[in-house]
Design a protein around this ligand. Structure first.
Ligand code: FNR
Length: 379
């Protein structure tokens, strides 16, 4: 269909399923085991209802915000996803370009299919980008990635902490096996994608292990403190799933947490980010007297966000912003950069309309009382 016929983010998924190569579709769409968590990521939003306010002047609405101190035209960022080229020859660069056009922030993945430098080189001057880190077992490789990110002006480090090993995505098993083989036989590919710069360390330029061994099951809090000691970038943990860990992150002086289950791709039967958000906010208020959204310690949610109403629910419950993964992958896999731009136009139009309809001229007016979240178990 023509792009103009794409009315919402779900439509991209529908088209992608029809036209994407089978393996690429399997990789993007798959989730762990029985995919219960992936479905729950959507279902949890369906348990939250609005309590709109009436008779407020919503002639002009403003959904712009700041994420970790940086301007963003909406409370939405592009979350990290590996292997963008599976869906389109320009892969992650589609996201970089659309993010520039729309004034939103892209989180660059460790396992991007373009090199880190290529993605940064394709950004506009002043364009803010974040970096997602998978912590390599070899900490010198991890150190290099962090130093490289900081040197190139990356504004925040999101360390993925839900991936002690790769979840079992049964739809994509064959593909991942193929990739593992390919990467062991053609190391240059992953080395380049992962390390980007020419002055890689001796160790880093050796053959890269398969994607699954880039993860370290030995990753601990002490490693997080070490990262804190080697970088000035704010550190955010991506993949926090209960208030106890969010509290620890706050107490350790980190900049925030993404309440996320990796799009349902890691532990099946983990709860949705929005559910965990309600729990974290409650305990951080009770135990540390914080308020949300909070500038010093920011909470983000990803997983299942498809509509501006989902975004506003997360904002109402205290999130600074939300991350979106698959819809942007499907958008560039089907229509290239135009698809991503259209997806972002749709989100902006939905934000404007729904802010009006809930009676909130700005995001600051989207307060907890604007939602009935009593059906969330953690509320
Ligand atoms: C991901 N995600 C992810 N996260 C991460 O920290 N590092 C990564 O390399 C990837 N790779 C990746 C690949 C694909 C194909 C998908 C779909 C997802 C998870 C991603 O950042 C985010 O948490 C989810 O995608 C959010 O859920 P939705 O928006 O896809 O429902």
């Amino acid at each position: 269909p023509a792009l103009a016929e794409i009315l919402n983010l779900h439509d991209f998924e529908y088209v992608a399923r029809q036209i994407m190569p089978e393996k690429a579709w399997a990789y993007f769409s798959s989730a762990a085991e029985d995919e219960i968590t992936m479905r729950e990521n959507h279902a949890a939003f369906h348990r939250i209802w609005f309590r709109p306010r009436i008779l407020r002047d919503v002639t002009n609405v403003d959904y712009s915000t700041k994420i970790l101190g940086h301007n963003s035209s909406m409370p939405i960022y592009i979350s990290a996803a590996a292997l963008g080229k599976l869906g389109h020859p320009d892969g992650e660069l589609n996201l970089t370009r659309a993010a520039a056009k729309h004034g939103i922030i892209q989180m660059i993945p460790t396992l991007a299919s373009f090199s880190f430098d290529e993605i940064v080189d394709n950004a506009q001057p002043g364009q803010v980008q974040f970096f997602q880190l998978y912590v390599n077992k070899n900490r010198e490789v991890a150190r290099r990635l962090v130093e490289q990110a900081e040197a190139r002006g990356i504004k925040a480090l999101f360390i993925t902490v839900d991936s002690a090993q790769l979840g079992r995505r049964e739809k994509a098993l064959q593909l991942i096996q193929d990739m593992n083989q390919e990467h062991t036989s053609d190391p240059s590919k992953v080395t380049k994608a992962q390390l980007g710069t020419s002055n890689v360390t001796q160790e880093a330029s050796k053959p890269m292990p398969a994607p699954s061994t880039v993860l370290d099951p030995g990753l601990c809090w002490k490693d997080i403190f070490w990262f804190k000691s080697i970088t000035k970038m704010p550190i955010i943990l991506k993949g926090v799933q209960c208030w106890e860990d969010a509290l620890e992150a706050y107490d350790q002086g980190l900049a925030g947490c993404v309440l996320s289950n990796h799009g349902g791709r890691q532990l099946d039967f983990s709860r949705s980010g929005i559910e965990v958000l309600a729990e974290c906010v409650k305990h951080l208020i009770d135990k540390r007297d914080l308020t949300f959204p909070n500038e010093k310690f920011q909470l983000f949610v990803d997983g299942g966000v498809r509509r501006a109403t989902d975004v506003l629910k997360a904002v109402a419950l205290g999130a600074t912003a939300v991350g979106i993964g698959r819809p942007f992958l499907y958008a560039f896999s089907t229509y290239g950069v135009d698809g991503v731009n259209h997806a972002l136009d749709i989100l902006k139009a939905e934000l404007e309309m729904n802010l009006r309809l809930v009676g909130a001229p700005t995001l600051k007016d989207v307060v907890p009382e604007m939602v009935d979240a009593s059906n969330l178990s953690s509320h």
